[in-house]
Design a protein around this ligand. Structure first.
Ligand code: C5P
Length: 220
């Protein structure tokens, strides 16, 4: 079973994807790490994020074993990732990596921006996780304060809005809810309640699939 979870920054989709994968014993891929890794490699080499051919080259050479989540998380790298993620050639270079990840017994949980729309348009389960921009900024702001790098709340909110705008208005695979995705709004939802909602959707889809399989004609 492929479970596609999309949504904007700080919506809670990453936490939810991890929890769903743990609960169902499935592999989990945070596809944002791929775009973050491309941006980081360019910056480490002193290459401008405006250089699309170099970004494509880096994306084509990327492999999942070389990703270090601890070095890639952080708002600055999120912003840089969103710039390289707007290049169609970079996105195209990362498609196979994501599709191959899910080619394993049992399937996988993948979260990102275009998983249900572009990478796995036929995923059995699609969730779109969102929250108000103010609530998402509050979460980011709290993380920064707890991490010892406080920032002005308005600056965090402006960052979130700028990233939303760039991710939703780009021409290549813009962030949007797939027509068949189930919306989970976490503005007033604790992580446990979001997990329960997601598991209920997954159980219902599984039941429907089992029912459809039992009704389909068998070749004897
Ligand atoms: O999810 P995360 O915040 O780590 O993603 C960083 C950036 O990578 C996003 O703002 C978005 O521009 C890009 N991204 C994307 N498609 C994905 C995952 C992430 O465009 N599937």
């Amino acid at each position: 079973m492929i479970i596609a979870i999309d949504g904007p920054a700080a919506s809670g989709k990453g936490t939810l994807a991890k929890a769903v994968a743990e609960r169902l014993h499935l592999a989990h891929l945070d596809s944002g790490l791929l775009y973050r890794a491309v941006a980081k490699r360019l910056l480490d080499r002193g290459v401008s994020l405006d250089a699309e051919p170099e970004a494509q080259h880096v994306a084509a050479a990327l492999d999942l074993s070389g990703l270090d989540p601890a070095a890639l998380r952080g708002a600055e790298m999120g912003e840089a990732a969103s710039r390289v993620a707007a290049y169609p050639t970079v996105r195209a270079a990362l498609v196979h990596l994501q599709r191959n990840f899910a080619l394993r017994p049992g399937g996988a949980v993948i979260d990102g921006r275009d998983i249900g729309t572009v990478i796995f348009p036929d995923a059995q389960v699609k969730l779109f996780v969102t929250a108000s921009s103010e609530e998402r900024a509050r979460r980011r702001w709290r993380e920064l304060v707890l991490g010892g790098s406080p920032l002005d709340f308005d600056a965090v909110l402006a960052d979130i809005r700028r990233r939303d705008e760039r991710d939703s208005t780009r021409s290549a695979a813009p962030l949007r809810q797939a027509p068949d995705a189930v919306l989970i709004d976490t503005t007033h939802l604790e992580p446990d309640a979001a997990l329960d909602a997601a598991l209920a959707v997954i159980a219902e889809k599984r039941d429907r699939q089992d029912e459809a399989a039992s009704l389909s004609p068998r070749v004897l």
